[in-house]
Design a protein around this ligand. Structure first.
Ligand SMILES: [Zn+2]
Length: 70
């Protein structure tokens, strides 16, 4: 692999690949169905609840839901 001589700090910034929005990790495609993870009942679909140690938490409206232990 040929490397360029020392990168100068001038000019173009090195391109970094941004990670895909985490939103899309909440979608799972199985066959022809798209399943979503639990979304906020207050904010509606598109706003997902964060899972924290058995608790589901909405970062938008601070809605919290406890997952039943089963
Ligand atoms: Zn919410």
């Amino acid at each position: 692999m040929a490397k360029k001589a020392k990168a100068k700090k001038k000019g173009k910034k090195p391109h970094k690949n941004k990670p895909t929005s985490k939103k899309y990790t909440k979608y799972k495609i199985s066959g022809d169905k798209v399943t979503r993870e639990k979304s906020c009942p207050r904010c509606g679909p598109g706003v997902f609840l964060m899972n924290n140690k058995g608790r589901l938490y909405c970062g938008k409206c601070h809605y919290t839901e406890y997952e039943g232990k089963k």
